[in-house]
Design a protein around this ligand. Sequence first.
Ligand code: CP
Ligand code: NVA
Length: 301
Amino acid sequence: MRSFLDLVEVSSDDIQEILTLSRRGGKVFSEGDSVALVFEKPSLRTRNSCEVAVKRLGGHPVYIQNSEVGIDKRESAEDIARTLATYHRVIAARVFRHDVLDRMVSATDRIGRKLPIINLLSDRSHPCQAIADLLTISDVMSLGNSFSGIKIAYVGDSNNVAFSLAVAALKVGATVSIASPNEYSFDQSSRDYLETLGEVFFTLSPKEALAGASVVYSDTWISMGEENEAEVRRAIFSPNYQVDAELMASANSNAVFMHCLPAHRGEEVTAEVFEANAQTIFAQAGNRLDAFQGVLRYCFA
Ligand code: CP
Ligand code: NVA
C-alpha cells in the first residue's frame, strides 16, 4: 500500500509499471470499499474519470466539494484526512497547496490509519495527468513502453502540468524542451532537478523548443487560483507563447499537439491547431480513466 503524490517520488520502473497497470484488467476493491474524492477546485475530467475508475475497480466513489469540508478553514487537513480514513480505503484530493497532501499522509500515519493518498492536482504537480499523457503519446506514436528518441516540447507557463509532464517524460527516456517567458519559467532548483533526470532544454523561444519535436504541449496561462493575475499573465504570454499553425510548422511534420484541458482558444492555442488535433486531445482526456485505474492498482500492488 502506498501513496501517489508526486512523480518525483516514483522511480522510472514504477512509472512504466503504472503504464502497464493502466491497461490491465482486474479489480482492486471489495464489496463495501469506498474512495474519497476531495476537490478544493473545480474539475471535469478528473472528477469523472476518477469516479468511473473507482466504480470499474469494484469500489464506491464519494465526491466531496471544498464547500462541504473547507480545508484548513472549517477543519484542518489533518482532521479531514483522519476522519475520511475511517470510512474509505483511499483519499484522492485536488488541493491548492501541495503540502496539504503531505500533511494528510503524516496525520493518517500518526494514528495508524495509513491509506493511499493520491494527488489529483496541486500547485506543484498533476501526476495522474502525466500518466495519461504518456499513455496518449505511446498510443498515438505506437511506442509501446519505449519513449527514447521522442522529443516533447512544452510551450507556456512552467506550471504543475508542465512539471509532472517533464518528470514523467524524462524518467521514461524522452527528451523534453520547455519554452516559457522568464517570469513564468521553472526556478533554478526545479531546473537542476529536471537536468538530473535526462535530456531537458529550457529556452525563451517556442520556435527553438519545437525544433525536432514530435509532441507539442500547452496548458492554460492562468491556472486555478491565479485568476487575479490574469491580465498581467496574458500581457506576458501573448502573442509569443500561443501555439498557432506557424509555430507548429517548427516541429516535426507529423507532430501532434496535446493539451490537458480546459483549453482557451485564442490564448495558449489557436482554434485551428486545437481542432486539427482534437482526436489526440480527447483521446488524452479519455486516457485519464485508464491512468487512474493504473494509479489505484499501483497503490495497492
Ligand atoms: N486536465 C484536468 O485535470 O482537467 P479537470 O480540471 O477538468 O479535472
Ligand atoms: N494548470 C492548470 C491545470 C488544470 C487541469 C491548473 O492548475 O489550473
